[in-house]
Write a protein that binds this ligand. Structure first.
Ligand SMILES: [Zn+2]
Length: 261
């Protein structure tokens, strides 16, 4: 059997390399930080995170999947969702869950302590998609186990969502120059780089907006959508504090949850 972990890693590396190349060819914003350093710093964090998650969460996720399958429990089972519909239904359900998890990360002070390590990046590009504090990933992995128990997806439903989420995350964090008129149209369906850049911007119009990861409709339905029509809304990126060199140093990054508000 093909390893889901290997499939996911292959898609991840392909997306990373492709978007890194495109960012070099058609960048949206100029950068101050050295790109090679950003790649090393964020990819290094991501590799360590992946190993820790693999060791800590593989068993609980497989156990949750096996339980719902053997007991035939979960919303998908109750609704009689099976066959070819099962995977797209699982992807939509998990994307819905991810939207609310992201909102919770901004709303609940304890969760924000971890999520702000991601937002402390003062620039945004495909490497930002690899910048997450391990604490946030462990918490959201545990929440995902509960979501699996509640919905009852198949293994390949979860793998399809993980691949789509990581590709979508690389795309919407990317520093790509795509005409706003094109993004206006694309944004009706999926999250664009402009839409997510706004989520990372300090501008007051962007505050607490655009939490969706794959489908943009969650922000529209639940009133958190902001169409950033003016480039000035999309800058500066990051948090009011910390700013400067420490945002790209490993020790302050790892200690982010334990400092200040
Ligand atoms: Zn966020």
């Amino acid at each position: 059997m093909i390893s889901p972990f290997a499939v996911r890693t292959a898609f991840y590396l392909f997306g990373f390399a492709a978007l890194l190349t495109l960012e070099r060819l058609v960048p949206y914003a100029g950068t101050e930080q050295k790109k090679s350093f950003r790649v090393l710093f964020h990819l290094g964090i991501s590799i360590v995170n992946s190993l820790v998650l693999y060791l800590l969460l593989t068993w609980p996720i497989f156990a949750a999947l096996a339980y719902t399958r053997s007991q035939e429990t979960g919303i998908a089972h109750l609704l009689g969702i099976s066959g070819w519909v099962e995977i797209p239904a699982a992807v939509i359900a998990l994307d819905f869950w991810d939207y609310w998890m992201h909102r919770a990360n901004h709303r609940i002070p304890f969760l924000w302590r971890f999520h702000k390590a991601h937002h402390s990046d003062m620039e945004i590009d495909v490497t930002t998609a690899a910048r997450f504090h391990i604490g946030e990933l462990v918490i959201s992995g545990c929440a995902k186990c509960l979501m699996i128990l509640a919905w009852g997806p198949s293994l390949w439903g979860v793998v399809a969502f993980d691949i789509l989420l990581s590709g979508a995350s690389q795309f919407h964090h990317s520093n790509l120059r795509i005409p706003f008129a094109v993004q206006d149209r694309v944004e009706r369906f999926i999250v664009t780089p402009r839409m997510h850049r706004c989520h990372h911007a300090l501008h007051k119009n962007c505050f607490n907006t655009n939490f969706s990861a794959v489908l943009s409709l969650w922000d529209r339905i639940f009133g958190s959508y902001h169409l950033a029509g003016k480039p000035e809304e999309l800058t500066p990126i990051g948090l009011s504090k910390p700013r400067g060199a420490e945002t790209m140093e490993i020790k302050p990054f790892l200690l982010t949850p334990f400092k200040g508000e």
